[in-house]
Structure formats: structure tokens, C-alpha cells
Design a protein around this ligand. Structure first.
Ligand code: NDP
Ligand code: GDR
Length: 341
């Protein structure tokens, strides 16, 4: 019989790629979906005939127990979160509730449905993946960052993710649950939300090239990230749940680029000079910035056999090309068509 997976955050970037990956592996895929008319449901329209949806919210314990009980999953992937870091300074409590306590609620749902009581052994059948983040490293204690690097989160988002990370490890140690956290560095794609910097850049480049926009306002151009392709990273999530022993893994490319590099590559790909279009808007600079991140994924490469397949330049060009296609449709046919998903 095929294995069953339950994904929270299925309407997000990673959720859609993970659903596609698991379907290709022969899984029955269920997605947790919230709200009475979720506007993001259209993002998984290409999957709707193959994926089953169940109502639930990481803010609502009972709905998670019901979802786990209904689906009886072999694997739960907890990708649901408010994932835009700047919002976490404006809605710190909500972000802590969803990203931090939401993880605890899902672990509790699994514990209740599995009948686990704290003996530390026999941790039940359901395997759990938590979407931890390089944002937990924050003000970095060493470079590159690996599984043992100390956390010093610089945003309420990072603090909430650190709680999710440690409570997952605690349920592993307390209940013998197979629970792991993937400490994933930034990963992007044409499905990335438009508020994140790479997609903000690729969308603007496409629209500027097509004469639909004049300028692009950005914040800190000197920030450095380790950016990879989301399609590669969901493979790592799945691999983490296939190991004999549960463990946490850092996932990233090990290469660093600045926001300025991203801008230059994107504009160059359509034969434009970024300096003619980009200006810095101080209101987009964060109250506390994570300046530099770079992954040491040697443990994942050795134990999981995982490696990235898409380089940074290729990624930026892929995103610009996808946005050129959708922006030209938008220009020609109006806002009804948004083809990037
Ligand atoms: P997205 O922002 O694209 O997707 C977030 C998802 O979370 C959406 O499906 C959203 O659903 C869902 N969600 C939000 N609030 C709730 C809630 N209260 N209950 C249930 N679901 C909710 O994020 P990504 O796909 O990029 O990231 C996936 C996960 O990985 C997130 O947890 C993120 O923090 C983490 N992460 C991401 C990285 C990246 O670079 N992309 C790197 C490291 C970690 P809705 O449609 O209802 O809003
Ligand atoms: P990040 O991604 O905060 O790293 O979190 P984001 O793309 O938002 O920012 C990356 C860096 O770019 C700088 N920056 C800007 N960022 C945005 N969004 N908009 C701008 O105009 C801009 N100008 C400069 C930022 O200051 C920052 O340094 C992402 C999310 O997916 C998290 O959920 C995830 O946990 C981490 O990656 C790893």
C-alpha cells in the first residue's frame, strides 16, 4: 500500500514542490488548508486532482488532532508558518503562536493520535519533519554554519523557529518520536512569494524590461545569503525522514552571494544595467539584520547523499525568465492571468 504524507503549508512555495515530489514517489498526499476560502488554493490548482485537502490551522489544536486522525499519515511535514521575517516585528505574538506553538500543537496531535505517553521508547509510527531555518543562527557564531553552531536569532521569526526546533528535538528525546528538523538556508524558485528579495527582483526586472515599471526600491544591498533552488531542498526533506535514525541536518549550497549580486545578475540577464533602476529605501532596512549566512551541509551530503543541482546564477535567470513570461501575459491580457504558479 502506498505511504501517506500530510503537509502543512501546502499552498506555499515548498509545499507545492514537496507535494509534487512525494506524488512522484508514489505517496498519497494530503494537505492541511486553512480558512473558508483560502486565496492561495489556486497555487496548487495543478495538483488538485491528485492531492486531498483537510481543513485545519496551526493555531487550532483540535483541528490538528482531527486531521492527523483522519489522514493516519506515515509522515507529517510541518511547513506551515508566517515565513516573511519583517512581518515578525509587526506581529511578533502571532508569528510566535504559529511558527513556535504551532509546531508544539502538531507534535501533540501526533502524540495523542499515536497514544504516546513519555516512556522515551516506541515513539509511534508517524515520522515528523519540522521546517527549521538558518534564520535561527542570526548573528553567526561561526562560519560556515553547521548543525552544532550556536543559535543567536535576530528576529521574532528566528526566535519562534528556534522554539519549534528544540521542541521537536525534545519530543524525540521524551517520547522516542521520529522527529527531525531540517535547518534550511534560503531557497527560491519562480513560485517564491513576491515579498522575498529574489522574487521581488525577478518580478521587477521582468516588468522593467517590458516597460511596465520604472524603478526598484530595495533595503540592505550588502546582506549576504546562501541561496538555493526550492526543488532541490524538498528532496532533502523527504530524505531526512527515510533514515534509520532521526537527526537534524543543515541544507544549503555552501556559496555566498549578496543582494547586490542578485540584482546585477538579474538585470544583466535582460541586458540592463541595474544601477539605472535600483535605489535604496531606508524603510526597507530591518531593525536587526542577519548580515551573512553560509551553510556547511557536509553532514547531509554524507548521510543523505543530498546535493544541490541548481547554481545561483541559473536560479536567478530561471526566475527572471518565468516572470518575463507571466508579466508579458499580464501586459497583454490584464491582471486576470498570473501564470507564475
Ligand atoms: P510560504 O510563505 O511560501 O508558505 C507558508 C505556508 O504556511 C502557506 O501555505 C500558508 O498557508 C501556511 N500557513 C501560514 N499560517 C498558517 C497557519 N496558521 N496554519 C497552517 N498553515 C499556515 O513559505 P515557504 O514555502 O517558503 O517555506 C516553508 C516553510 O519553510 C516555512 O515554515 C518557512 O518558515 C520555512 N523555511 C523556508 C525557507 C525558504 O527559504 N523558503 C528557509 C528555511 C525555512 P496560507 O496559504 O493559508 O497562508
Ligand atoms: P530572509 O529572506 O529574510 O533571509 O528569509 P528575504 O528574501 O526576505 O531577505 C533576504 C535578505 O535580503 C535583504 N533585502 C531585502 N529583503 C526583502 N524581502 N525585500 C527587500 O526589498 C530587501 N532589500 C534587501 C534582507 O534585508 C535580507 O538580508 C527567508 C524566508 O524564506 C524565511 O522564512 C527563511 O527562514 C529564511 O529565508 C532562511
Amino acid at each position: 500500500m502506498s505511504r501517506r504524507a500530510l503537509i502543512t503549508g501546502i499552498t506555499g512555495q515548498d509545499g507545492s514542490y514537496l507535494a509534487e515530489h512525494l506524488l512522484a514517489q508514489g505517496y498519497q498526499v494530503w494537505g492541511l488548508i486553512r480558512g473558508q476560502a483560502n486565496p492561495h488554493k489556486m497555487r496548487i490548482s495543478q495538483l488538485v486532482s491528485e492531492v486531498s485537502l483537510v481543513n485545519g490551522d496551526l493555531m487550532d489544536q483540535g483541528s490538528l488532532v482531527s486531521a492527523v486522525d483522519l489522514v493516519q499519515p506515515d509522515e507529517v511535514y510541518n511547513l506551515g508558518a508566517i515565513s516573511f521575517v519583517p512581518l515578525s516585528w509587526q506581529q511578533a505574538e502571532l508569528v510566535s503562536e504559529i511558527n513556535g506553538m504551532g509546531t508544539l500543537r502538531m507534535l501533540e496531535a501526533i502524540r495523542m493520535v499515536s497514544g504516546l505517553n513519555g516512556s522515551g521508547t516506541g515513539g509511534g509510527r508517524i515520522r515528523f519533519y519540522q521546517a527549521s531555518s538558518s534564520e535561527m543562527f542570526g548573528k553567526v557564531a561561526e562560519a560556515p554554519q553547521r548543525e552544532t553552531t550556536a543559535f543567536h536569532p535576530r528576529s521574532p521569526y528566528g526566535v519562534a523557529k528556534a522554539y519549534g526546533h528544540f521542541i521537536t528535538r525534545n519530543y524525540r528525546e521524551s517520547f522516542g518520536m521520529y522527529g527531525v528538523s531540517g535547518i534550511l538556508f534560503n531557497h527560491e524558485s519562480p513560485r517564491r512569494g513576491a515579498e522575498f528579495v529574489t522574487r521581488k527582483i525577478s518580478l521587477a526586472v521582468a516588468r522593467i524590461k517590458l516597460g511596465m515599471q520604472d524603478k526598484l526600491a530595495l533595503g540592505n544591498l550588502d546582506a549576504v545569503r546562501d541561496w538555493g533552488f526550492a526543488g532541490d531542498y524538498v528532496r532533502a526533506m523527504h530524505l531526512m525522514l527515510q533514515q534509520d535514525e532521526p537527526d537534524d541536518y543543515v541544507i544549503g549550497t555552501g556559496t555566498m552571494h549578496s543582494v547586490r549580486d542578485a540584482v546585477r545578475i538579474a538585470f544583466e540577464s535582460v541586458d540592463l544595467d541595474w544601477q539605472d533602476y535600483v535605489h535604496v529605501d531606508p524603510s526597507l532596512v530591518r531593525p536587526a539584520e542577519v548580515e551573512t549566512l553560509c551553510a556547511d551541509s557536509s553532514q547531509a551530503r554524507a548521510a543523505l547523499g543530498w546535493k544541490p543541482t541548481v547554481g545561483f546564477e541559473e536560479l536567478m535567470v530561471m526566475m527572471v525568465e518565468a516572470d518575463l513570461r507571466s508579466a508579458s501575459q499580464q501586459r497583454d491580457y490584464g491582471d486576470l492571468l498570473t501564470a507564475s504558479w
